[in-house]
Design a protein around this ligand. Structure first.
Ligand SMILES: *Cc1c(COP(=O)(O)O)cnc(C)c1O
Length: 376
């Protein structure tokens, strides 16, 4: 059996090596390392893939979130409603900009931000909502947009884990995640569903003025060369990463399907077991399984991780500490937030290997050993 990894980038690369190598060598040959033609062509491919007019490439997903918040002119003290049950980058940039993250609870089945909790958290200082499409499925964007419209709030979608996922609204319209709010932000970190060979990110919007502003901020606030109208930063997708992504974006749907097949195998194998709750796909959603995350019920999670480790099966806890319990935020003097679902999930979630190269033999080995431990 091929050794099992959380993410097997080596085997994925081996299948497209010729194409990728050629694209990277082309960049080296024409030495257009910054803002080369690969960046322009990837940006327009991504824009076509998402069906959204404006795509601004940048250095990573964290920067994408920060630039979007800067482009919306969010000011110190402004409140931003967001889940605590997410990767730290979502909320870290709020602290960096001295915004006030208002952490709300998530839905115990989808792991995504709870719309009722958003409503309850709105004050006259609330300026924006930042939902995260965690593990690869959309948050309840129809209701989130309704709330945003009702209260005049901005929405920035953290789409780092869900590129290619869709959600259908009650009017039958189907939307790609990241294209619904005022801004969508994504990451091309190597292990993401669309991963580069290093760091990368992008911001999407339908709004031409916001796009222009985000583009300026990502480029030192520059309107024309050496004229700097806004305080910005230096955040670029480099040409070599764009060249890799230019090849890989053509495989994105195939990659997401491979993830869905692996997820279906897992979910079928665990379907009869009362101590394992398999992922719930909300009605109208397609899930692209950035992670395959189970909830364990009455199982010693550490022991399970150790047991699987002994069989050379990796497993991870995403995430062991929710944002509102991170020391990073202590300086903000957040009032005691009470997020029972987030805390409950933090104790129970458990993620199995998930990538595009899992084969039947590996999946059978993993599920057999998980069930061996659970049923012992
Ligand atoms: C990966 C990730 C990010 C940050 O992306 P980087 O490219 O690593 O900066 C932000 N939010 C979520 C939910 C992520 O998973």
């Amino acid at each position: 059996m091929i050794p099992i990894q959380m993410v097997d980038l080596k085997r994925q690369y081996s299948k497209i090596k010729e194409e990728v190598d050629k694209a990277v060598v082309d960049v080296m040959d024409n030495t257009s390392f910054i803002n080369g033609s690969a960046v322009a062509s990837f940006t327009s491919k991504l824009s076509a893939y998402l069906g959204i007019e404006h795509v601004i490439p940048c250095a990573n997903g964290t920067d994408a979130l920060q630039i979007a918040m800067m482009a919306l002119d969010l000011q110190p003290g402004d409140e931003v409603i967001t889940p605590s049950f997410t990767y730290i980058a979502t909320t870290e940039v709020m602290a960096l900009l001295r915004l006030k993250p208002v952490f709300v609870d998530v839905d115990p089945d989808t792991f995504n931000i709870n719309a009722d909790a958003i409503r309850k958290a709105i004050t006259n200082k609330t300026k924006a909502i930042v939902p995260v499409h965690l593990y690869g499925q959309s948050a309840n964007m129809e209701e989130i947009m309704q709330i945003a419209n009702e209260f005049g709030l901005y929405v920035i979608e953290d789409n780092a884990q869900a590129i290619g996922a869709t959600i259908s609204f009650s009017d039958g319209s189907v939307h790609k995640t990241g294209t619904i709010g005022h801004f969508g932000c994504t990451s091309f970190f190597p292990s993401k569903n669309l991963g580069a060979f290093g760091d990368g990110g992008a911001i999407f919007t339908r709004d031409a003025a916001l796009a222009e502003k985000a583009k300026m901020i990502a480029n030192h606030g520059q309107s024309k060369r050496y004229y700097h109208d806004l305080v910005g930063c230096n955040s670029r997708l480099d040409s070599m990463q764009a060249a890799v992504l230019n090849v890989k974006i053509d495989y994105l749907d195939e990659y997401n399907e491979a993830r869905q097949l692996a997820a279906a195998y897992y979910s079928k194998a665990f379907s009869e077991n009362s101590r394992i709750q398999t992922p719930t796909i909300a009605k109208g959603n397609t899930h692209v399984f950035h992670q395959y995350t189970l909830k364990l019920n009455g199982v010693d999670r550490n022991e399970l991780v150790n047991y699987l480790g002994g069989q050379k099966i990796p497993a991870m806890i995403y995430y062991p500490v929710p944002a509102h319990r991170q020391k990073m935020f202590s300086f903000l003097n957040l009032p005691e937030v009470n997020l029972p679902v987030t805390d409950w999930l933090t104790e129970r979630v458990f993620s199995l290997p998930m990538h595009t190269e899992l084969d039947q033999e590996q999946l059978e080995f993993i599920t057999t050993h998980v069930l061996n431990f659970i049923n012992k």
